[in-house]
Design a protein around this ligand. Structure first.
Ligand code: AMP
Length: 219
């Protein structure tokens, strides 16, 4: 199995779809956002720096992100492929990723773009709730995606939380950054002939089916 990268704006469904692929294809889901959020919990200078950046919706310094990502991709469970969500986010990171792949003797694989309206993203951002234990993502603004019991995970019964950066101000900043820095990467990958475009406005199940078709055809 090849590696898979998602390129899409905040709350487009990268994490949700990555978790589905992780289960179905038995590939580790690597999210730079999750790695950084874990680091931000630490009571250290680095932890405090990352916490501040995450709350503002800006990007963490490249060197810090590279090191954390390189360490994760070097682990044994990535040898047979992985789903990468949240990296690369600008052209410098894309060049760095090519370098990391070559150092680790890994292939680029698939790049999946999720296309989605800004209005839908705003609704998802404000309604997103995440299980503190198993990471399942819910949306209280959608009848199909809200938990059965308010603030409680359907799967494991633990509490749901809202990310500090899931508010309109931070979203606007993250969305602008995506449009300015990340979207241009799509051309970079289109030229390599490995970009697949999926309509992310559809339901979680329909998007998952479309992704499945891409992965099955390309295997
Ligand atoms: P995400 O979970 O992908 O929405 O990422 C949450 C936050 O983590 C972003 O708003 C950034 O502050 C930080 N982050 C995630 N990935 C990267 C990256 N590749 N480079 C720099 N910062 C990142």
């Amino acid at each position: 199995m090849k590696n898979i990268i998602f390129i899409a704006p905040p709350a487009a469904g990268k994490g949700t779809q990555s978790a589905i692929i992780e289960k179905k294809y038995n590939l580790p889901h690597i999210s730079t956002g999750d790695i950084l959020r874990d680091e931000a919990k630490k009571d250290s200078e680095l932890g405090r720096y990352i916490r501040e950046v995450l709350d503002s919706g800006s990007l963490v310094k490249d060197e810090i992100t590279y090191e954390l990502l390189y360490n994760r991709l070097s682990l044994d469970d990535c040898k047979n492929g992985y789903v990468l969500d949240g990296f690369p986010r600008n052209i410098e990171q894309a060049y760095k990723y090519d370098e990391i792949l070559s150092n680790l003797n890994q292939e680029l694989g698939y790049v999946i773009r999720l296309d989605i309206d800004e209005e839908t993203l705003e609704k998802r951002i404000t309604g997103r709730r995440i299980c503190e234990e198993c990471g399942t993502v819910y949306n209280i603004n959608s009848d199909n995606e809200k938990p059965k019991v308010e603030s409680i995970c359907d799967k494991c019964g633990h509490r749901l939380y809202q990310r500090n950066d899931d508010n309109i101000t931070s979203f606007k900043h993250r969305y602008d950054l995506y449009m300015e820095k990340t979207k241009p990467l799509l051309d970079y990958y289109a030229k390599k002939g490995i970009l697949y475009v999926i309509n992310g406005n559809d339901s979680v199940e329909s998007v998952a089916k479309e992704i499945d078709k891409v992965l099955k055809e390309g295997m």
